[in-house]
Write a protein that binds this ligand. Structure first.
Ligand SMILES: [Zn+2]
Length: 271
């Protein structure tokens, strides 16, 4: 697990690449992390495809989703999804918003997500749906206003996943690794669920008790470490490994400060 802020930022950058490499994120979608040392801040990449995210792309935000320092680069428009969930849920340390193809048949039909294999339990039983139109009428479907993000966070409630009608999915986690695990395995489960529905009308879902017990896999270090290594290896095989950290091993690296980012932006190299 990450010990320093710099390592946490590398982990978050890699998380974006992993979830993209597994086909859950594509050009769109993002993974964020609450600041490990300041619960009133979070980190999210500048606007770019998640499979390209590097530690230096990460911008520090307050929970109103305002950058701590003017980043001088384009930002994701849907960042209020992250900020409003961190505001509403002190136990959430990481958020992933995606439009995974695996979920779209469920979302297009308003079909409930149910776990059909043990690892799918991380998505919960019948996680809630949120329809932006209910409260906000016709919009461009992007969650960009703080009140829209807050509404989504209310719909999430105590769950770990909320399905967004005609849009996508938002997943919460107790750590970056937990959030990655939930995002990827809930998407696998959605694939299996849709395929199973095409075969027959009887879906053998986990019971509530099985879901609770099987869903605890992310609470075990072995489950998380093993899957993290697997997805990291697959990113590396795909040629997407992060560049090595610059500082020598054992040297305490300085965190990526907002002021340093600003300086870089001024230099015009970030665009
Ligand atoms: Zn979206």
């Amino acid at each position: 697990m990450a010990d320093t802020l710099a390592e946490s930022l590398r982990e978050l950058a890699l998380a974006n690449r992993m979830v993209a490499n597994e086909g859950v994120l594509d050009a769109f979608g993002h993974v964020s992390m609450r600041h490990p040392g300041n619960p009133n801040r979070y980190f999210l990449s500048r606007s770019r495809a998640p499979e390209l995210v590097a530690p230096e792309d990460l911008i520090e935000y307050d929970l109103d989703s305002r950058p701590i320092a003017e980043p001088g680069v384009t930002q994701y428009s849907e960042r209020v999804i992250h900020g409003e969930i961190y505001k509403a849920r002190s136990d959430v340390m990481s958020v992933c918003h995606h439009h995974s193809p695996a979920f779209m048949p469920l979302i297009a039909t308003g079909t409930d997500y149910v776990p059909v294999f043990h690892l799918g339990a991380v998505g919960g039983i019948k996680p809630p749906y949120w329809d932006q139109h209910d409260e906000f009428g016709d919009t461009n479907m992007l969650v960009v206003k703080p009140e829209e993000g807050a509404s989504l966070a209310r719909a999430l409630g105590r769950h770990w996943m909320v399905l967004m009608n005609r849009h996508g999915v938002t997943v919460a986690g107790t750590s970056v690794r937990d959030c990655v695990f939930r995002s990827i395995y809930a998407a696998r489960n959605a694939e299996y669920l849709v395929q199973a529905m095409a075969i027959g009308s009887t879906i053998a879902a986990l019971s509530p008790g099985e879901t609770e017990r099987a869903g605890n896999i992310t609470g075990t270090t072995t489950g998380l470490t093993r899957s993290w290594e697997y997805w990291a290896m697959r990113v590396a095989k795909a040629g997407g490994a992060l560049a090595p950290a610059k500082a020598a091993k054992g040297t305490k690296r300085a965190p990526a400060k907002a002021s340093a980012r600003k300086g870089k932006a001024k230099g015009g190299k970030r665009r």
